[in-house]
Write a protein that binds this ligand. Structure first.
Ligand code: PBG
Length: 324
């Protein structure tokens, strides 16, 4: 007798009946870039369909996201170049770009979760994620103080989740300690636990104006060759008090996602990054792949690998399509 697996593929209803993986529609996070000014909507060349918004315009965009069924946004602030300095002072300005955007969004849409990326690269004039020592290296422990101080200003502005993406050692503990010390025991931490030094951040650096002025990020972001080290980073962040751990990028790291899923009982977030978005968009624009099918397949694969939460520039489009 022939065993016939095809029997369960005979119709759409049959395939849906036995489908193993579904993307968590409530777990899709839309990243948003916020710039100074009013009425600003600036398309990003290397990320078709993605724009930078001023605070007023980002609130309008959040209304659309909310209507499309997006439950959470991830904010990136992009101050004027003239405001940047060597020690990221504008990052912890209580009236800084992220702080103002968070307040405005929470006031207009209290139910929308606001996550704030917590890093220094958009705020330093040298574009590195931390404070530099005399030799030009990122000084880990001085950077922790800036992250903790900044996290407090985000929490005061109503941010629900802070998401440190700098890859300094000990930052989760430093941030948790600072938040708890000021009574922000409810502010959650989603740590970019396994963040790799990746070529796939290219379009983001155009969007955020955060390319390092010299050198690269390999002394703090992880070597793409290492998977065991991801488990070590995750373990440390869990011990330090992270509420959610993240793997980034997505598609080239799905083995890491699976390993992290099996190593922790915390929710696992996966960041489908700018370069991954740009590749799909570019190929679809040329008619080389079908965008919708490719996006569905990609998000399903990330979920299948173990992601509970997927951060993706496709969140709005995808939810507009599948929730309709
Ligand atoms: C900031 C940060 C980066 C991304 C998220 N947070 C850039 C970097 O580390 O160079 C990348 C996001 C993307 O490519 O979509 N440190």
């Amino acid at each position: 007798m022939i065993v016939r697996p095809r029997r369960l593929r005979t119709s759409a209803a049959m395939r849906a009946l036995v489908r193993e993986t579904r993307v968590n529609l409530d777990g899709l996070v839309q990243p948003l870039f916020v710039v100074p000014g009013t009425g600003v909507v600036q398309p990003i060349g290397s990320m078709p369909g993605v724009s930078r918004y001023s605070v007023d315009a980002v609130v309008d965009e959040c209304r659309e996201l909310d209507a499309a069924g997006v439950r959470a946004v991830l904010l990136f602030g992009i101050p004027e170049n003239a405001e940047k300095d060597a020690v990221a002072t504008v990052n912890y300005d209580p009236n800084g770009i992220v702080q103002r955007a968070a307040r405005a969004i929470k006031e207009a849409l209290p139910q929308l979760l606001v996550i704030a990326d917590l890093c220094n690269c958009e705020y330093t004039d040298h574009g590195h994620c931390g404070i530099l020592d005399d030799a030009g290296d990122v000084d880990n422990d001085r950077t922790l103080a800036v992250l903790a101080k900044t996290a407090l200003t985000y929490a005061r502005a109503g941010v629900d989740i802070v998401a440190p993406s700098d890859m300094m050692d000990g930052r989760v503990a430093a941030i948790r300690h600072a938040l708890d010390g000021e009574g922000f025991t409810k502010t959650a931490i989603m740590s970019y636990a396994a963040k790799y030094a990746s070529a796939f951040y290219g379009p983001f650096r155009e969007a955020a104006d955060s390319t390092p002025a010299f050198g690269d990020r390999r002394s703090y972001q992880m070597d793409p060759a290492n998977a065991r080290e991801a488990l070590k980073e995750v373990r440390l962040d869990v011990e330090e008090g992270a509420d959610i751990v993240m793997v980034k990028p997505a598609m080239a790291y799905l083995d890491v996602v699976r390993a992290v899923r099996e190593a922790t009982d915390l929710p696992v977030a996966v960041y489908h990054v700018s370069g991954e978005y740009a590749m799909l968009k570019a190929a679809a624009e040329r008619g080389w792949i079908e965008e919708e099918r490719a996006v569905d397949e990609t998000l399903t694969a990330i979920a299948r690998a173990g992601a509970d939460i997927i951060i993706t520039y496709f969140a709005k489009d995808y939810l507009s399509r599948v929730r309709a």
